[in-house]
Design a protein around this ligand. Structure first.
Ligand SMILES: NC(=O)c1ccc[n+]([C@@H]2O[C@H](COP(=O)([O-])OP(=O)(O)OC[C@H]3O[C@@H](n4cnc5c(N)ncnc54)[C@H](OP(=O)(O)O)[C@@H]3O)[C@@H](O)[C@H]2O)c1
Length: 384
């Protein structure tokens, strides 16, 4: 067995290998078999492959833990996590922001990038829960980093883009129109509230009851939510009166993050011909849609999946995505869009391996807890 002497007890394997062999070791959150994240996650360190003409070396700055990441580890997501040749198993994480540390000549030309630039994954299942990565040209997209924080950039590609597309692609909304959504305090829901407000669209926001209901309602209203109600209020006289009184236009777009009874109750608020769009299934309950809604109100029901939109081979999709990212980045810079309410945990080489694993277990436990209130984000490196 190869023994690697560490000069100082605090020196990590990564810094030793980097110093001794001039190779960067990436610390990765991996799993061999799917299952409960706290049980199956491991920490693995692998050297980065040598840079080639068409690759980039990346230093991850930050990455969130989203519900889809957890589902992927559990083995209940339609896209498998990424496996790497040097890793037993798969690397977790779909979203994050990385800084370019080195770039091959062709990659630099094609992507117009240089060391110091920031990139986002342009493919699903990139494996963002790692400190360093090598990427092919098609796997990343450069973003203009000026004025952005790592938290803003790391949480931009999935949830705000999903909110943006769902507000744009199903119903031609006009200023003053109303959109109703459940899971309104989710990261997607928070982005829906803020993008809608920026576009002059009003939102009726449905959340679950909780001890700090007032505090959460106020936070959402501060973001721009017009109305915040509990899922148990969906069929109340007050909610119906909101539309009957003419205070609000009846919604023609409903965004469903949750499923179950709360989704059925939300569908009943839609106006004739409205669109009911499901993008999440957080309650893990089936969706029951009343036949009357289809027969008498001509409601249409759709699913939305950001991955499908990204993978659509239609010409210009990459440019369309860049345009959407630029618009959202403009909103982040202007302060009209805020990153999700988050708990940020430093996670990187400064921790010993066992502490790294303990920290990751705590992060995924917090991310998977209901009524958690905060998006869990790993901070791998400081912005220099
Ligand atoms: N289709 C797509 O393209 C797409 C893109 C992005 C996200 N998503 C999906 O959208 C959903 C939200 O993602 P996110 O990152 O925004 O989530 P998030 O920030 O982690 O928030 C989770 C949300 O789910 C709610 N929730 C948790 N457990 C619940 C339960 N048992 N019953 C009802 N609500 C529950 C939470 O409300 P409480 O505070 O009440 O627990 C919170 O609103 C996920 O299902 C995710 O997979 C889909």
């Amino acid at each position: 067995m190869l023994a690697i002497p560490l000069r100082k007890s605090r020196e990590t394997l990564a810094s030793f290998v980097t110093r001794r062999f001039r190779t960067t070791l990436s610390r990765c959150v991996t799993f061999e078999n799917s299952g409960r994240p706290t049980e199956v996650l491991r920490i693995t360190e692998v050297p980065l492959p040598p840079l080639t003409d068409t690759t980039l070396h990346l230093r991850f700055l930050a990455a969130p833990v989203n519900p889809a990441d957890i589902n992927q580890v559990e083995g209940v997501y339609p896209i498998s996590a990424r496996s790497l040749p040097d890793v037993d198993g798969f690397i977790g994480g779909n979203e994050g922001v990385a800084e370019v540390v080195a770039v091959g000549e062709r990659a630099a030309q094609q992507l117009n990038v240089q060391p110091g630039d920031w990139v986002l994954p342009a493919v699903p299942a990139f494996g963002t829960w790692r400190t360093y990565a090598a990427a092919e040209i098609h796997e990343v997209q450069k973003i203009p980093k000026e004025g952005l924080t790592a938290l803003q950039a790391a949480t931009l590609a999935v949830n705000p883009c999903t909110a943006y597309r769902m507000l744009k692609d199903f119903v031609q909304l006009q200023p003053g129109d109303t959109v109703v959504q459940n899971g309104a305090n989710s990261a997607v829901g928070q982005a829906v509230i803020q993008i809608a407000r920026a576009w002059g669209i009003r939102t009726l926001n449905v959340i679950r009851d909780r001890p700090n209901l007032e505090e959460l309602s106020r936070q959402l209203r501060d973001m721009g939510a017009d109305w915040v109600i509990r899922d148990t209020d969906l069929r109340s006289a007050e909610t119906r009166a909101l539309f009957a009184s003419g205070n609000a236009r009846k919604p023609f777009l409903a965004l469903n993050c949750v499923g179950g009874k709360a989704a059925t109750d939300m569908l009943r608020l839609l106006g004739n011909g409205g669109s009911f769009v499901t993008y999440g299934a957080m309650s893990r309950q089936p969706l029951t849609l009343p036949a009357s809604a289809f027969i008498f109100k001509d409601i249409s029901a759709h699913g939305y999946w950001m991955t499908r939109w990204m993978e659509d081979k239609r010409e210009g999709r990459r440019e369309e995505r860049a345009q959407m990212l630029n618009e959202l980045i403009g909103m982040l810079r202007a302060g009209t869009l805020w990153p999700p309410i988050a708990e940020v945990t430093r996670w990187g080489h400064e921790l010993q391996l066992e502490a790294s694993l303990d920290s990751m277990r705590s992060i995924v436990t917090a991310a998977g807890a209901g009524l958690a209130g905060k998006k869990q984000v790993m901070l791998m490196h400081d912005v220099e």
